[in-house]
Write a protein of this length. Structure first.
Lengths: 114, 115
C-alpha cells in the first residue's frame, strides 16, 4: 500500500519569497505523483504530475516539483510567491497499475504575507 | 466540454433525513471517488468504484451508501446513520487505461449542512 506524508499543516511566506512545500511518499514501486491546489469552497485543481521520464516537472502558475526516488520525495517549489498563491495544497500518489487507489496527504495551507 | 459535475453546490438537510449528492462525469473514466473534507483534516475517502456495478468502502464509509449503475454516475447517499454529516463533499474521477491521462479530475464540491 502507498502513503503520503506532508509535514506541517501551515506554511507562511512573504510575497516574492521562495515557496517550498514538502511531500514524501511510501510505495513499493515508483508511483504516479501529483500536486493539487484548492481555493476556498472549490474542488481540487491539478498543478502538476509526475508519471515517467524527466524528474523535474513544471506545472501551472510557475510551480515545479522534482521527483527524487532515493529520497522518496516530490517537493513543490515556486521561486517567488504571489498573493494569489494562498490556498491549500495536496500531494497525492497512486501506483501505476490498473485499479490502483489514489491516496492524498493531509494538505498544507499556504499563506502569503504582503 | 468534458468534465465532472456535482450537484447541488449547497444542500441543507434536517436531522434524520437521507440525502443524495449527485456526481456525473463525461470523461469516460473508469474510477470514481467520494471524499469528505473537514477543516484541518484533509480529504478522507468515503467510497470508491473502479468499475460499473462494483464499489469499495473507504476509510469512513459508515453512514454513507453509493451505487454505480452507470459508468458516468456515482451518487452518494448520506443516511440518517451518519452522526456528523455537515461537511464539504468532493467527487473525483480518473481513467487508468491511458498512460498519459493519469490524474484525477474533481467536481466543484457540495457543501452539506444539517439544520
Amino acid at each position: 500500500a502507498q502513503s503520503v506524508t506532508q509535514l506541517g499543516s501551515h506554511v507562511s511566506v512573504s510575497e516574492g519569497a521562495l515557496v517550498l512545500l514538502r511531500c514524501n511518499y511510501s510505495s513499493s514501486v515508483p508511483p504516479y505523483l501529483f500536486w493539487y491546489v484548492q481555493y476556498p469552497n472549490q474542488g481540487l485543481q491539478l498543478l502538476l504530475k509526475y508519471t515517467t521520464g524527466a524528474t523535474l516537472v513544471k506545472g501551472i502558475n510557475g510551480f515545479e516539483a522534482e521527483f527524487k526516488k532515493s529520497e522518496t520525495s516530490f517537493h513543490l517549489t515556486k521561486p517567488s510567491a504571489h498573493m494569489s498563491d494562498a490556498a491549500e495544497y495536496f500531494c497525492a500518489v497512486r501506483l501505476t497499475g490498473a485499479n490502483s487507489k489514489l491516496t492524498f496527504g493531509k494538505g498544507i495551507t499556504l499563506s502569503v504575507r504582503p | 466540454d468534458g468534465g465532472i459535475t456535482q450537484s447541488p453546490k449547497y444542500l441543507f438537510r434536517k436531522e434524520g433525513q437521507n440525502v443524495t449528492l449527485s456526481c456525473e462525469q463525461n470523461l469516460n473514466h473508469d474510477a470514481m471517488y467520494w471524499y469528505r473534507q473537514d477543516p484541518g483534516q484533509g480529504l478522507r475517502l468515503i467510497y470508491y468504484s473502479q468499475i460499473v456495478n462494483d464499489f469499495q468502502k473507504g476509510d469512513i464509509a459508515e453512514g454513507y451508501s453509493v451505487s454505480r449503475e452507470k459508468k458516468e454516475s456515482f451518487p452518494l447517499t448520506v443516511t440518517s446513520a451518519q452522526k456528523n454529516p455537515t461537511a464539504f463533499y468532493l467527487c473525483a474521477s480518473y481513467g487508468f487505461r491511458s498512460g498519459s491521462n493519469t490524474e484525477a479530475f474533481f467536481g466543484q464540491g457540495t457543501r452539506l449542512t444539517v439544520v
